[in-house]
Design a protein around this ligand. Structure first.
Ligand code: C2O
Length: 543
């Protein structure tokens, strides 16, 4: 493959949206950041220079990082942050991955504005497993805040109140012309009648699942999370934070202007939500050379609580068994993780503003994940530094209860900890992810670094270990790096631990991650190529 060199300078830049200008953190002054275009087998060398006043790291979401765990990027997990003024070079090769991924900051809430598309085309000469599109367009869905994102993070952590609601959703950084002062920048795609466009839809929003649709046009799903899937037609797709979905769109409607639009799905019932809609425009070139000036047609969008549409969409997603490696059938580690929100007691004060002297915390199996500060987890493992983490993450919840019922808060007060779960190289893992209703049931897009996993089943209510395994799809389940655990429901994933290192497993809703909704797997070395953790690069940042 080819090697691509990029300089990423992380710096504050004034950006104007929604009628006002304020400084946001950008890469190379761009918002969204640059799109990386590569092919399967290529190598990326990205020199990241931090000119901002915050610590930062970059993460290549969905890249397996086989043999390069030091390039994964989550702060204090695989590296210490790049401090202001410092530089770190990320170097990794794309090994057997094709489709749409993305990159983002993995430090505090900086990914609110520090993100971009990562497009992986097939090797030269190999075709797509679907009709060749005439154009390819990344559609990066995001959010915009009128306020400084770090101060919003502080407020959210300590109060658990509503400030995680953004001021607009965005398509390729633009709210779209239904918002004030936004018509000039509105993102547009120009098409000729009859052509087929590949839309690479990425949900880079900080805290929000999104529906996406295009007025009057059908979408044909061809891939998700950089794995080709069986094709199916749909009007609406649902994309959770972290996920990507590739769709083909054929311009087969009367030449005119059509809105494509995204809107929130599954916002917390108890939190206020922004029901405005972000739009971009699909514009047909007309025979006379000009473009139709008429007002674009708006699509029908599902309501924010339309679980049915989301479920119907997700149930249609199927991998291609002949292309994919096999679903593991014999399981070495059968794990059951609760995922959900809760409260911890705290001493009254500015950092303790939840109900009855509590503040929000989130947990998996009642452990609220705390990042270390003295060294990253991977460094601590590689260099045998004691006292940074323990390997006693519980394989099942400490107590069993009616997870999605009305649970007394006292039953489930999370404990803080930096607990890892250890796997031997090549072992097979099944995890039941069970949402809980301690605060309120919520949708949790759970992301595993360094891996793809099969989603063998999902459902509502409590997982039933007697009957639900009969419904497992072990033939052609979707293969992803991020699974949207349904609101008040569960999902079951399977994978083979064939990538050594320390891999974060967390909710991709940043508010939930900030409250501790995560853990990490420690995968021990094997013996072959890409099967052992290599020495860290010389410029790896120090804590
Ligand atoms: Cu897309 Cu841990 O992140």
């Amino acid at each position: 493959g080819e090697t691509h060199y990029h300089d990423f300078v992380i710096e504050a830049k004034p950006v104007k949206r929604l009628c006002r200008t304020h400084n946001i953190i950008t890469v190379n002054g761009k918002f969204p950041g640059p799109t990386l275009n590569v092919r399967n087998g290529d190598t990326l060398v990205i020199k990241a220079t931090n000119r901002a006043r915050y610590n930062v790291t970059l993460h290549w979401h969905g890249i397996r990082q086989l043999g390069t765990p030091w390039a994964d990027g989550p702060e204090y997990v695989t590296q210490c942050p790049i401090q202001p003024g410092a530089t770190y070079t990320y170097r990794f090769t794309i090994i057997n991955q094709e489709g749409t991924l993305w990159w983002h900051a993995h430090s505090k809430w900086l990914r609110a504005t520090v993100y971009g598309a990562l497009v992986i085309r097939p090797k030269v000469g190999s075709p797509y497993p679907f009709p060749q599109p005439t154009r390819e367009v990344p559609i990066v869905l995001g959010e915009w805040w009128n306020r400084d994102i770090i101060s919003i993070l502080r407020q959210t952590i300590f109060t658990g109140a509503a400030p995680n609601v953004s001021d607009a959703y965005t398509i390729n950084g633009q709210p779209g012309d239904l918002y004030p002062c936004s018509s000039k920048g509105t993102f547009k795609i120009h098409v000729n009648s009859g052509e087929t466009v590949l839309l690479r839809v990425i949900n880079a929003a900080l805290n929000q699942q999104l529906f996406f649709t295009v007025a009057n046009h059908q979408l044909t799903v061809v891939a998700a999370d950089a794995v080709y899937h069986k094709q199916f037609a749909t009007r609406v797709i649902m994309v959770g934070p972290g996920q990507t979905t590739d769709v083909l769109l054929t311009a087969n409607q009367p030449p005119a202007r059509y809105y494509m639009a995204a809107r929130a799905y599954a916002t917390a019932q108890n939190a206020p939500f922004d029901n405005t809609t972000t739009t971009a425009i699909l514009e047909y070139n007309t025979a006379t050379g000009g473009s139709s000036a008429s007002r674009p047609l708006l699509p029908q969008l599902p309501a924010f609580n339309d679980t049915n549409t989301a479920t119907v969409f997700e149930n249609q997603l199927r991998s291609i068994p002949s292309v994919e490696s096999k679903v593991p059938l014999k399981i070495d580690h059968s794990l059951f993780f609760t995922v959900g929100l809760g409260f911890v007691n705290c001493n009254p004060g500015p950092r303790c503003q939840g109900p009855n002297n509590t503040r929000f915390a989130a947990s998996m199996n009642n452990v609220s994940f705390v990042l270390p500060r003295r060294a990253s987890l991977l460094q601590a493992y590689y260099n045998n530094i004691p006292g940074i983490f323990t390997t006693d993450f519980p394989p099942v919840p400490p107590v069993q209860f009616n997870y999605t019922g009305n649970v007394p808060r006292a039953l489930w007060q999370p404990r803080f900890g930096t607990k890892l779960y250890k796997l031997k190289f090549g072992e097979t893992v099944q995890i039941v992810l069970q949402d809980t209703g301690i605060f309120s049931t919520e949708d949790h897009p759970i992301h595993l670094h360094g891996y793809h996993f099969y989603v063998v089943a999902q459902g509502f209510g409590n997982f039933n270990p007697q009957t639900d395994p009969q419904r497992f799809n072990l033939f052609d389940p979707p293969s992803r790096n991020t699974i949207d655990v349904p609101v008040g429901g569960w999902a079951v994933i399977r994978f083979v631990a064939d990538n050594p290192g320390v891999w974060l497993f967390h909710c991709h809703i940043d508010a939930h991650l900030a409250w501790g909704l995560g853990m990490a797997f420690l995968v021990e070395n094997g013996i072959g190529e890409y099967e052992t953790v290599t020495p860290p690069p010389a410029d790896l940042p120090r804590c």
